[in-house]
Ligand binder design. Sequence first.
Ligand code: CTP
Length: 427
Amino acid sequence: MTTFQGQRIVLGVCGGVAAYKAIELCRKLVDAGAFVSVVMTRSSKEFVGEATFSALSSEPVWSSLFHERDAIPHTRLGQAADLVLVAPATARLISAYATGYSHDLLTNVLLATRAPVVICPAMHTEMWEHPSVQDNLSVLARRGVHVVEPEEGRLAGGDVGSGRLASSESILGEAQRVLSLSPKSNTTDNSDRAVQSEREHPGSLEGLQVLVTAGGTREPIDPVRYIGNRSSGKQGHALAEEALHRGALVTLITTAQIATSAAITAVSVETAQQMHDAVMSRSEAADVIVMAAAVADFAPTQVAAEKLKKRDGTPVFEMHPTVDILAALGSCKPKGQTLVGFAAETNNVRENAQRKLQEKQVDILVVNDVAAPGVGFEFDTNEVAILSAAAQDRVVPLTDKRSVAAAVLDAVVSTRSAQASVPSSGE
Ligand code: CTP
């Protein structure tokens, strides 16, 4: 995994009682060989002093947009950074960042950077749970900002609840993971990594980027209603957790409200179009993509701006087809990428699945007969057949979804080893 050695990290510190914990983060980053530029907000100085940070980072602290050392510090700091880490992040910082309100140096740096950003909120439980804070975080997460959620514990004033800054281990673990995702760190060829990782740990996905989708998309009709499906997202979430367990760097694009491990980058979406955009913008970097989501095939052409009223009569909806994300991925699959599709069928199960395997140009297709008892949607169990373009089919009898996930990822590992050992034409 990428180390901090030689990485340029902007450490943003906001005003909160957890600001003192940023001192430990700064020290650990410097000890690990990172170049740390500390950017403090004005109110953070009510909690900790500049001198501590500048002594640790061997660099004067930055806090003003207008600096005698540098006429435009926000662009220089933003452009030079490999990572921007904000810990603690207050509700105000999160709100300003989500809305693009650049009122101080830290918010300017956040808007001026193209480096990955990790923010670590810390605040009182009531504030943390407030819908405006959660909405702002969803907006940021949708834009690819990584959020290290706070933990339960003692808060300012002796209160106890969720909102305490995550541990420095969790924060630095996420920072390291995010740095390893950035292009600078991904210099090894995909197939080399597959062979190397499989040699080191059978069944392992160590260091591979795995993108998983989960849940049923919801297509709005009006502000309160949508057309949806019965998918719970449990199978996709189990796949993401199993991939993480096997050492992968996991991004989960999901419609489900299921808690995930902190090390998974979870992106929340609702509609087929949002899922399409979220997948396509991340697909090129992925070594493995698993489309477990139940994506709507049609969406209403018009979404009413106001709630449809009974008195206006029975509505008739015109629908348009959505983009088939899996087929789009299959048609432009980069060399070395493994693509896995799912199929939920109720009749002619194998025939339909075989057709989807070929038509969508996927490497593996996992099919379940959702009409069978205990299988698929909403259940904690599943029974699948794993069809593969290159290997033997495998049936996984009724079992829990984590075990199904393990069988699917075993098939991914076998497929990748088989592909990596076949020399490409011209060699
Ligand atoms: N899929 C997709 N985009 C869509 C529809 C489906 O990426 N707009 C993906 C699903 O995530 C799944 C696979 O395609 O991995 C098969 O989905 P399924 O609903 O079983 O099949 P469809 O292609 O939608 O065909 P049909 O509904 O006619 O069976």
